[in-house]
Design a protein around this ligand. Structure first.
Ligand code: NAP
Ligand code: ZN
Length: 347
């Protein structure tokens, strides 16, 4: 097959509304898979990228790194997937495959830099994401979506799901452990479901009590409002692990005060601005402040299998492509329960 042109939705310039475009997809190579994209999730990172919150980016930008679809064609050397298989693609589509991190299955921390799904591959060339009808990806960077999870509910697992699964498993969320999830958005709601399924005692720390019923339904044991100063006195010294999913800078000292001795605050939210920490918030109680980025391919497959086994998918609102710009506004306004997923049949 030669290069094909496919329909997509792109931001033509920083902060500009997205619009219909066509973009090229490379020919299906020896180890490539052509995926007929069915659904693409809208991650808050897509909005950070379009708005250049994280610095200069490439435009036109086709966002989308929560991709779920069906294999439409395979290259001659492909062994892992066949036409018709249900598959997903997350935040990266290649890596060096040679560095210690790649060899350890932590391709997201590739020493040479992973090849992002968008906006720019490691070769500096533009890369177009999942708000599109098709994508061509090397089979080694494609995930299998187990039967038992709908494709639409699975799409957000490729970023939101793995971004919470990885730190929750690394820092031992499980029976006897008290875990707090800060922010009940796209990432946070998957954190509640996964931590609950792992057996931890789960607390949601949300700005208000507005989402309390949802939080408890999703698996939380407790729900507190961070706008209420009493939350920080009542829960002082409580948690083994706090995962912060908030897209804005939080007063970290206050949250570190909620950890038990030796506890860990893991940041996955990625605000543009720097946060500050008083060292005594860490020294006093031997606490740890950490970060975590998505997960490797092997771990992402584990996460998908775990979610299938426990009947977990994302809580979604499915939209047509014409609603993408409105959905961006609603994410920024906190008006999403809990992930927008684009139905690409509306292209
Ligand atoms: P989201 O759906 O917008 O959820 C963020 C949640 O944070 C909101 O629902 C809200 O929860 C809370 N929040 C928002 N603004 C706040 C503020 N000013 N103060 C306190 N709380 C606030 O976003 P998302 O898609 O889950 O992504 C969250 C962040 O994670 C983004 O920065 C994104 O770029 C980042 N991210 C990181 C990774 C990684 O690998 N580390 C992967 C994906 C995304 P409540 O209403 O409950 O307070
Ligand atoms: Zn994401």
């Amino acid at each position: 097959m030669s290069t094909t042109t496919v329909s997509a939705y792109a931001a033509p310039a920083p902060k500009a509304p997205l619009e219909r475009v066509t973009v090229p997809r490379r020919p299906v190579g020896e180890h490539d898979i052509l995926i007929d994209i069915k659904y693409a999730g809208i991650c808050h990172s897509d909005i950070h990228q379009v708005n250049e919150d994280w610095g200069q980016a490439l435009f036109p930008m086709v966002p989308g790194h929560e991709i779920a679809g069906v294999v439409a064609e395979v290259g001659p050397g492909v062994t892992r997937y066949a036409v018709g298989d249900r598959v997903g693609v997350g935040c990266f589509v290649d890596s060096c495959r040679e560095c210690d991190n790649c060899l350890a299955g932590q391709e997201q921390y590739c020493a040479k830099g992973m090849s992002a799904t968008y906006p720019e591959g490691s070769d500096g060339q533009p890369a177009y994401g999942g708000y599109s009808t098709h994508i061509v990806v090397d089979e080694n960077y494609v995930l299998g979506i187990p039967e038992g999870i709908g494709l639409a509910e699975a799409a957000p697992l490729l970023c939101a799901g793995i971004t919470l699964y990885s730190p929750l498993s690394r820092w031992d969320a499980g029976p006897g452990r008290k875990v707090a999830i800060v922010g009940l958005g796209g990432l946070g709601h998957m954190g509640v479901k996964i931590a609950h399924a792992m057996g931890a005692e789960v607390t949601v720390l949300s700005q208000s009590l507005r989402k309390r019923e949802d939080g408890l339904r999703l698996g939380a044991d407790h729900f507190h409002a961070t706008a209420d100063p009493a939350t920080f006195t009542e829960l002082a010294g409580t948690f083994d692990l706090i995962v912060n999913t908030v897209s804005a800078v939080l007063p970290l000292d206050a949250y570190l005060g909620l950890l038990r001795t030796g506890g860990t605050l893991v940041n996955v939210g990625a605000p543009a601005d720097s946060a500050s920490v008083n060292m005594f918030s860490l020294i006093n109680g031997r606490k740890q402040l950490a970060g975590s980025m998505i997960g490797g391919i092997r771990e992402t497959q584990q996460m998908l299998d775990f979610c299938a086994e426990h009947g977990l998918g994302s809580e979604i609102e499915t939209i047509g492509v014409e609603q993408i710009n409105e959905a961006y506004e609603r994410v920024l306004a906190g008006d999403v329960r809990y992930r927008f997923v684009i139905d690409t049949s509306t292209f």
